[in-house]
Ligand binder design. Structure first.
Ligand code: ADP
Ligand code: MG
Length: 267
């Protein structure tokens, strides 16, 4: 089965029940995130709302420091907001805040909420960052394989390994890096490194690909190659949320939202 039809099949398999009643596959409601610097509160997100349909390619623009990375981390179960909730396929990402005792919060480390959040972070989302975050001592192949190893866990790895190796090869082929499997990141161009990061983000077939300035560190040609990969993924049904400060990059998406003063709006 080709990569494309495999992806399509996976998307539909999870898909039918997918959009929840209020309309978004990935939905953020009333998100507030404030950083505390010494004694000063720095509000970054102020009751921000967002709704992304399954299969949609959404771009979020905003100037540097406007909170784009913060928003993406909140969306992807990496950073809990002080207020608001994120839903994926109707499922809340964070533990409910209201009416929780101190004890309940203390026990949260082991709670169903915490386990669900870990599962979502691990299985539902794939992340691509501006600076790749590859492990320098590992080869291209190993950089992608190691995430599958962590995801699978040591006990299941012996039986899962050969399937994982096949998926890693297929994903690296799709980003055009089959001839670089044994190279280390330091031997690759920026564009090639980002393609490894994309393969790593996709190898577990995430429902949502979250990309934080994925072309921000690349020259125009390498950046265009990354966007071409995103558009091909989008054509196959992949849901993508991409953050950028570059209007030309954002123009590749179905819909562009602007993050301004801690809120999102179409312009
Ligand atoms: P963007 O990605 O749009 O450039 P960020 O989400 O990284 O913006 O940051 C938004 C604001 O929050 C910035 O003013 C930044 O300095 C501040 N900020 C980000 N992370 C932290 C942190 N861990 N602690 C304190 N302030 C932070
Ligand atoms: Mg950022």
């Amino acid at each position: 089965m080709s990569n494309a039809s495999q992806r399509e099949r996976d998307t539909t398999a999870v898909g039918a029940s997918a959009e929840d009643a209020r309309g978004g596959f990935l939905r953020a409601e009333g998100i507030s995130r404030t950083y505390r610097l010494g004694r000063v509160d720095v509000p970054v997100l102020r009751r921000a709302d967002l709704s992304v349909r399954r299969g949609e390619f959404a771009a979020i623009m905003g100037k540097s420091g406007s909170g784009k990375s913060t928003l993406l981390h909140v969306l992807g179960a990496l950073d809990e907001p002080q207020e608001g909730q994120v839903f994926v396929n109707g499922e809340p990402v964070y533990a409910p805040k209201e009416r929780r005792s101190f004890r309940a919060r203390a026990l949260d480390v082991l709670s169903v909420h915490e386990r669900r959040r870990n599962r979502l972070r691990r299985d539902t989302f794939g992340f691509v960052f501006q600076f790749y975050h590859l492990l320098p001592e590992l080869t291209v192949f190993e950089n992608v394989l190691v995430t599958e190893m962590v995801r699978t866990g040591v006990l299941r790895w012996p039986t899962a390994r050969s399937g994982a190796r096949r998926r890693v090869s297929a994903e690296l082929e799709r980003v055009g890096l089959s001839h670089r499997l044994a190279h280390r990141p330091s031997e690759l161009s920026g564009g090639e490194r980002q393609r490894v990061a994309i393969a790593r983000a996709l190898v577990h077939r995430p429902s949502v690909l979250l990309a934080d300035e994925p072309t921000g560190n690349l020259d125009a040609t390498s950046g265009a190659a990354i966007l071409a990969i995103f558009q091909a993924l989008h054509a196959e049904g992949q849901t993508i949320v991409m953050v950028t400060h570059d209007a030309t990059v954002a123009a590749c998406a179905d819909r562009v939202l602007h993050l301004d003063d801690g809120q999102l709006a179409a312009k």
